[in-house]
Design a protein around this ligand. Sequence first.
Ligand SMILES: O=P(O)(O)OC[C@H]1O[C@H](OP(=O)(O)OP(=O)(O)O)[C@H](O)[C@@H]1O
Ligand code: HPA
Ligand SMILES: [Mg+2]
Length: 174
Amino acid sequence: MKDSPGLTPLITTTQIRKRIAVLAGQISHDFDSREPLMIVSILKGSFMFTADLVRALSIPCTIDFLQASSYGTRRSSSGTVAITGSITVKGRHVLLVEDIIDTGLTINRIVDHLRLQQPSSIRICTLLDKPAARRFPCTPDYTGFRIDNIFVAGYGLDDRERYRELPCIVAVER
Ligand SMILES: O=P(O)(O)OC[C@H]1O[C@H](OP(=O)(O)OP(=O)(O)O)[C@H](O)[C@@H]1O
Ligand code: HPA
Ligand SMILES: [Mg+2]
C-alpha cells in the first residue's frame, strides 16, 4: 500500500483466496442435494467477494443482486437502510452474500424483507464479521474472517466510496 498512506494491510489477497476456497467447499457440501442455490449478492460491497465465491462453488446456482445502502459517505451507519432491486425468492434456498456484518442492521432488514416472500430457507455468508460492533443480532452461517471493531476497506468495501478496487482488506486510518 505504498501509494496509499494511512492504509494498513489487514487481510492479504492470498488469505482471502484461500479462505474463499474453504467457504465454497463448505457451501457446496451443505447444499449439494438441493435445488440450484439462489445466491443473492448485497451490493455494492459484496461484488468482488460474490464473483470469487461463485467461481469456487462446485454446485449449480443462480445469481441475483439487491442493493442496500446505509453508510453513504460516513463511517457509521445512518440507521436507515435503503433497499433497491426486485427479486423473487419464493420457494428458493437463498444464500445472502455480504461483504461485512457490522451493526447487523443491513442484514436484518434484508432478511425481514425477503422472508415476506416465503423462501424455502435463508442462509448468510459474509466475508467479514465484526461481532464487537453488533447492535442487531445476527449469527452468519458462513464467515470468512472475524475482525476487531475497526473501519476497513478494499476488496469491494469502501471508505466514502474509495478503495473498493483494492485486492486486499486494509484498515482505514481514523
Ligand atoms: O451491519 P451494518 O452496520 O448494517 O453494515 C454492513 C453493511 O454496510 C455496508 O453497506 P453500505 O451501506 O456501506 O453500502 P455499500 O455496500 O454500497 O458500500 C456493507 O456493505 C454492508 O452491507
Ligand atoms: O468497516 C467497514 N468498512 C466499510 N464498510 C462498512 N460497512 C459497515 N462496516 C464497514
Ligand atoms: Mg459502503
